[in-house]
Design a protein around this ligand. Structure first.
Ligand SMILES: Cc1cc2nc3c(=O)[nH]c(=O)nc-3n(C[C@H](O)[C@H](O)[C@H](O)COP(=O)(O)OP(=O)(O)OC[C@H]3O[C@@H](n4cnc5c(N)ncnc54)[C@H](O)[C@@H]3O)c2cc1C
Length: 304
């Protein structure tokens, strides 16, 4: 360690110093930004195995569904995902856009229609979807909004199967852990959030907060009401969003729910597993899936 005991002044002209600084920063970031993703359990399953539940896709929905189901120790749960573990660009929120043209993303385009995307080439717009643990929640904008309560009421009226807001709200709250000090200090806002769940929600830092503040002021001048929070009684207004973020790192349903379930013996996560068919029985019930997962060309799993 003589270099530390006897440092010498670096005679760098700029580029070298910058390159070394970037290298050190990258190595440090790489160390801190790894996540304890669940291991691939292909070696623990065989073609034809049966499960209590098979979940296709470990996206925003699939990750939490598989996690909640596998809380019941007696249930054997299989989670099949065509993608892999999210790279660092997913964890650093502002870098996720760099993944849109990579193999971690399904690169879809909207179909041409006469009413949308009329200024786009071929009237189609790029519509990326995540192809990795956490799905689109591993590449999205982090914003956490419960949505409009009126939408849930409409679903409840149409289907009468428990989609009313009061019912949904308790599941949102069960999963949430709000840590934004502003919300925590305001009982009238705090009542809309959970505080003991797995999914951490905080304020989102803006790179240029003064621009955001000026925009908000401009909208207020146009007559929009300032909202302290978008998960309150109304979403009609202008304000700043909260999001799934913890200490500068993305929170997705994969980081929040799959990582904490990684040691469960009854949860089988398979990566690079492409489901090609849902097997339907004579009574039109889904009984299993066909899957391509190395080394099987056409494996299958069944539900019991
Ligand atoms: C750029 C962008 C920004 C967004 N920003 C926000 C935001 O800030 N806030 C917000 O609330 N919403 C946002 N959204 C929308 C939100 O992210 C999605 O609506 C949500 O993640 C969809 O969840 P999902 O579970 O339905 O699907 P996904 O999360 O897309 O999950 C589907 C999963 O299934 C896997 N899969 C698909 N087919 C197969 C197969 N055959 N076999 C195996 N696996 C398969 C996929 O790889 C994927 O992992 C954004 C979306 C985009 C594209």
């Amino acid at each position: 360690m003589s270099c530390l005991e006897h440092p010498c002044p670096a005679n760098a002209q700029g580029a070298a110093g910058l390159a070394f600084t970037r290298l050190v920063t990258h190595l440090l970031a790489a160390q801190c930004l790894t996540e304890p993703w669940p291991e691939d359990r292909l070696n623990d399953v065989s073609d034809g195995d049966t499960f209590d539940f098979i979940v296709v896709g470990s996206g925003t929905a699939g990750s939490i569904v598989a996690s909640r189901l596998s809380e019941i120790e007696g249930w054997k749960v299989l989670l099949l995902e065509i993608g892999e573990d999210p790279p660092i660009e997913s964890i650093i929120p502002n870098f996720s856009g760099s993944l849109y043209k990579s193999h971690h993303v399904w690169q879809y385009y909207t179909e041409k229609s006469n009413s949308t995307n009329r200024a786009s080439v071929d009237q189609r717009s790029f519509w990326p979807r995540g192809r990795l643990l956490g799905g689109t929640g591993s590449i999205n904008g982090l914003y956490h909004m419960h949505g409009s309560y009126g939408d849930y009421e409409k679903w409840q009226v149409e289907w009468k199967d428990g989609w009313e807001w009061e019912n949904i709200k308790k599941y949102f709250k069960k999963s949430e852990k709000i840590i934004d000090p502003f919300i925590l200090s305001k009982p009238e806002l705090l009542k809309n959030y959970g505080t003991d769940g797995e999914f951490v929600i905080d304020k989102l830092n803006a790179t240029y907060p003064d621009i955001a503040d000026k925009l908000i002021k401009a909208y207020q001048e146009m007559g929009l009401t300032y909202l302290d929070d978008f998960n309150g009684d109304t979403q009609m207004g202008v304000g700043k969003m909260r999001g799934g973020i913890y200490k500068g790192k993305r929170v997705s349903t994969a980081t929040a729910f799959l990582n904490s379930a990684r040691d469960r013996k009854n949860l089988y996560v398979l990566k690079l597993a492409f489901v090609t068919k849902v097997l339907i029985d004579d009574k039109y019930q889904a009984k299993g899936v066909n899957v391509i997962v190395s080394p099987w060309e056409n494996g299958h799993f069944l539900c019991i």
